[in-house]
Ligand binder design. Structure first.
Ligand code: CUA
Length: 343
């Protein structure tokens, strides 16, 4: 009786340990898939734990059976040489039960997976917001769609969503296969050139959720981060209204010099609303300073890092499509000053 209690206590301690470890992992690693912050990730989280526990039980049971077969005591006089498998009814029963159990567990796992996939296919209510995310080597273009053309806008590497609302995400690629993955909100969905895949996500509470490209896509695959900022409806509306507008025009002399240098050196690839800069090869910079990071999560978005990035992107992210442009010190300063005014 005491042994049983001790065993139960140990099992509870082990489970508490697993829970604690998973919480520590989630805190230490923003890409942890062992916590969930939205209804879509809830179902897959249950499946993840279920399949993990079933796999552990199977491995432990199989190991125990192998050890039992190796070390079982032999009857007196029994030969130690390996003998041919017996075909007596009792040994058939062992094989029959083993086969039946295996098939049952595997079919059960497949069924659970199919039920989960069906459950997360569509959100509980129709999404009011649709976003188109396009994968590029190695950054994400984010386009907010609307039936009214005046209400569409483009940003990059950072998605803002209202809390508690499902958001539909259409996924495209302009070059190679990428994969969109925000572990706490939604499992992976591939972005495939020439086709549009659709997923959805919903955040239960406000916060920033980190994601990444989950399909090898070239040299900087590991540096293709994306983040989802979930915020209260009024904050989201304010953010969206600001994104729809052109940034304040350059008024001071410094900003005018910077805007001119930007349009000369950078406008072939980047857009800034309300100016002649209309390039679409690189991220839209209209409201650059509302974003938390630069270069798809690679560096913080502040004046020093921004200047370093413009001066030599290849140093920070080798292979990136943004070339190192030979700028004079004055040009670099002017362009940086102009860019940090884009809010
Ligand atoms: Cu994009 Cu990996």
């Amino acid at each position: 009786m005491r042994d049983k209690r001790r065993l139960a206590a140990r099992a509870i301690l082990a489970l508490a340990g697993v829970e604690l470890a998973s919480q520590c992992a989630a805190a230490a690693s923003p890409l942890s898939y062992l916590t969930s912050s939205g209804p879509k990730a809830d179902s897959t989280l249950g499946l993840t734990w279920g399949l993990l526990i079933i796999s552990i039980v199977v491995v432990v049971a199989m190991s125990a059976l192998v050890l039992w077969a190796v070390f079982r005591s032999r009857a007196p006089g029994e030969s130690s040489a390996p003998s041919m498998p017996s075909h007596e009814p009792s040994s058939f029963n062992i094989f029959g039960w083993g086969l039946a159990t295996t098939i049952l567990i595997l079919v059960g796992c497949v069924a659970w997976t199919m039920v989960t996939l069906a459950a997360i296919d569509q959100p509980a209510k129709t999404p009011a917001l649709t976003i188109e995310v396009t994968g590029n080597q190695w950054w994400w273009q984010v386009r907010y769609l609307s039936d009214e053309p005046a209400k569409t806008f483009v940003t990059a590497n950072e998605i803002h969503v209202p809390v508690g609302e499902p958001v539909r995400v259409k996924l495209r690629s302009d070059d190679v296969i990428h994969s969109f993955w925000i572990p706490a909100l939604a499992g992976k969905t591939d972005l495939i050139p020439g086709q549009v895949n659709t997923t959805w996500l919903e955040a239960r509470k406000a916060g920033t959720y980190i994601g990444t490209c989950a399909e090898y896509c070239g040299l900087q695959h590991a540096h293709m981060g994306i983040r989802v900022v979930a915020e209260a409806a009024d904050k989201f509306e304010a953010w969206r209204d600001n994104q729809l507008k052109a940034p304040a025009p350059a008024t001071s002399d410094d900003l005018k010099v910077g805007a001119a240098a930007f349009s000369r050196r950078c406008a072939a690839c980047h857009t800034v609303l309300g100016t002649t800069a209309g390039g679409i090869l690189g991220p839209n910079l209209s409201h650059l300073m509302t974003r938390e990071t630069l270069a798809a999560g690679e560096i913080p978005n502040d004046e020093g890092d921004l200047a370093g990035w413009i001066a030599d992107p290849q140093q920070i992210k080798p292979g990136t499509q943004m070339p190192k442009i030979e700028l004079t010190g004055d040009e670099l300063q002017a362009i940086t000053t102009y860019l940090i005014s884009l809010k």
